[in-house]
Design a protein around this ligand. Structure first.
Ligand code: WT7
Length: 564
């Protein structure tokens, strides 16, 4: 196999990576925003209203939504009106700048309207993944101090409302004929009665925009805080990494409950004013391919698990779908194997461009650009304006081909501004000045390409989503039969990594297939389907060191069938 692939598109928006990297200045990008002249700052204005006022863009689709039952198209012009209406609904409920509005919905048009409306009133929104269950929701709503929750009647059943006295209002999407309880309002009724006009709340660049929860390496999820200034990073990465142009139709397959869905599924394409496609419902390869064909998707941002499933079913798809509209493909969230990159080059006639970033970085940090040669297996080179390095325990930079911690010089526009209500955890990322420490192990080659080598902590990637093994352990321990639990990631053909749990039962319980299933059901019901262990093995005891920490080395050895 070749080690270096030529640039996929020499005509890309970013023509000369090296030169741009050397001359880049964030200030040049800031000048593109209307606030640079007017002083009036709000990401929703730049992402929606600005295009609605521009005859060239007002009739493009900021949302082409489809699932098995619904097909909807919303232009930038219509989105301005709808988000104004929703901003008025929030205002009527007493929502003010800085209040937290949690959005707990399946993917649907209302999700997007809600995010935009929140930004317009200056509220901090928090998107919640639709599969979260009672206990996982409780942690997030409590930590975030939610004032309003936007959800559906079906999903609301999972929320223990009585525990949240500050949660004043619940906006129910699709409430139909149900009888509303005190505090509940109907989305449809409120929207119908709300005005199309709204005076946008003008913000400071440093004012919070959203809180998105991600797994922490030590238990509870953490609320990563992002601000309006992020927009500078969203716009320029969308232009140079996603290579978006006026006539593109982008599909970012991640949902808004995860950062990729919020940034590259909503704000980044909107800032560029392009057509933006969203498909709701579960993953289904045939349906997804039909969506690409029917909507003539040109830029596709997805994940290694999706590409791998596609590769396995290549023949079936090739016969039924025409995917020739796709001109640029990107990946994030997990290891993209060289095999898949080469497969795509044969199947799509273009390679897949891997990108690396994190919830905390807010925007793409390291990437393969369509105008730059690709080294398959590498996550690429740092984005212009981003200084990346491999550092040791003291924060010294290490020479090429040496394994260390992947670090980014702090201070880029979309960097998280805090961990909600947890300054200590925030500071833990910045202990080695001047670096933000990612926790990913990596090395750099002599040409400046970076290669990931896994996490240094207890996080694993399941289906492209970060899962903390300690979070799973703590959840498992809440089951009445579980005395102790230890969790590791096991390589898995389908999911990249699968959760394997070792469980020591409490006295009086004995191992059985029923107990296993009961524990799985408990995780599915009260936490999240993504935290359900694929394999459960019972052991008399879980190995713990003198500090009380699970000895992961022993668990790994057990998982591999070696003596622990
Ligand atoms: C972690 C961040 C930001 C969207 C992804 C989910 C892993 C990220 C890659 C890649 C292999 C990757 C890292 C990182 N990761 N990109 N291209 N190849 N691993 O964000 O849930 O905050 O997870 O995802 O380990 O630290 P997230």
């Amino acid at each position: 196999m070749e080690n270096v692939l030529p640039p996929a598109n020499p005509q890309a928006n970013l023509r000369n990576y090296q030169e741009t990297y050397q001359t880049f200045d964030w200030e040049d990008i800031a000048q593109e925003f209307s606030w640079h002249q007017t002083g009036k700052i709000n990401i929703a204005y730049e992402a929606i209203d600005r295009h609605a006022e521009d005859p060239m863009r007002s009739n493009r689709f900021c949302l082409i939504y489809e699932d098995e039952h619904r097909k909807e198209r919303i232009t930038y012009h219509q989105m301005r009106d709808l988000s104004n209406k929703f901003a008025n609904v929030l205002k009527k409920l007493g929502v003010k700048k800085g209040d937290r509005v949690f959005i707990f919905l399946p993917r649907c048009s209302e999700y997007y309207i809600a995010m935009a409306g929140c930004a317009k009133v200056g509220a901090i929104f928090s998107p919640l993944f639709e599969a979260l269950m009672e206990m996982a929701l409780r942690e997030r709503l409590k930590d975030g101090g939610a004032k309003v929750l936007v959800t559906t009647p079906r999903m609301a059943a999972r929320v223990p409302f009585s525990e949240f006295p500050d949660l004043n209002h619940i906006i129910l999407v699709g409430s139909g004929n149900i009888v509303l309880r005190p505090g509940e309002v109907s989305w449809e009724e409120e929207m119908a009665g709300a005005s199309y006009d709204f005076d946008i709340e003008w913000m400071d660049l440093e004012d919070p925009l959203y809180i998105i929860y991600t797994s922490g390496s030590t238990g509870d999820p953490k609320g990563v805080l992002h601000v309006h200034r992020d927009m500078i990073g969203y716009l320029i990465t969308a232009r140079w990494v996603l290579d978006l142009r006026d006539d593109d139709c982008l599909w970012t397959t991640s949902e808004p409950g995860w950062i990729t869905g919020t940034v590259y599924g909503v704000f980044a394409p909107w800032l560029c004013g392009v057509n933006n496609f969203v498909r709701g419902g579960r993953f289904d390869l045939e349906g997804w391919c039909r969506s690409i064909e029917a909507n003539r998707i040109t830029v596709w941002y997805s994940s290694p698990t999706v590409f791998t499933r596609m590769m396995e079913r290549e023949k079936d798809i090739a016969q039924t779908c025409d995917l020739s509209s796709v001109r640029h493909i990107l990946s994030v969230g997990g290891t993209l194997s060289s095999e898949v990159v080469f497969w795509a080059r044969r199947f799509f006639k273009i390679p897949i461009h891997d990108t690396w970033w994190m919830t905390e970085t807010g925007m793409i940090m390291i990437a393969n650009y369509p105008g730059m040669p690709i080294k398959p297996g590498s996550i690429g080179k740092p984005f212009p304006g981003i200084v990346a390095a491999i550092v040791d325990e003291q924060g010294n930079t290490l020479p090429p081909l040496t394994l260390g911690n992947l670090a980014i010089r702090k201070g880029w526009p979309a960097m998280m501004r805090g961990i909600w209500r947890d300054e200590t955890r925030y500071q833990a990322y910045f202990t080695r000045e001047p670096w933000y420490i990612s926790g990913d192990l990596a090395y750099e080659d002599e040409d400046g390409y970076f290669y990931l080598q896994g996490r240094e902590d207890y996080q694993i990637k399941v289906d492209g989503v970060m899962v903390s093994t300690t979070e799973v352990e703590e959840a498992l321990r809440r089951h009445p039969a579980v005395g102790d639990a230890g969790v590791v990631g096991n390589p898995d053909a389908q999911r990249g990594t699968a959760i394997k749990a070792f469980i020591a039962l409490k006295p009086g319980f004995s191992p059985s297939a029923e107990v296993q299933e009961e524990i799985r059901e408990f995780m599915r019901r009260y936490f999240s389907p993504r935290l359900v262990p694929k394999e459960i093995e019972f052991r008399p005891e879980i190995p713990r060191g003198r500090d009380g920490m699970v000895i992961r080395r022993s668990l790994k050895a057990w998982a591999l069938g070696l003596p622990g």
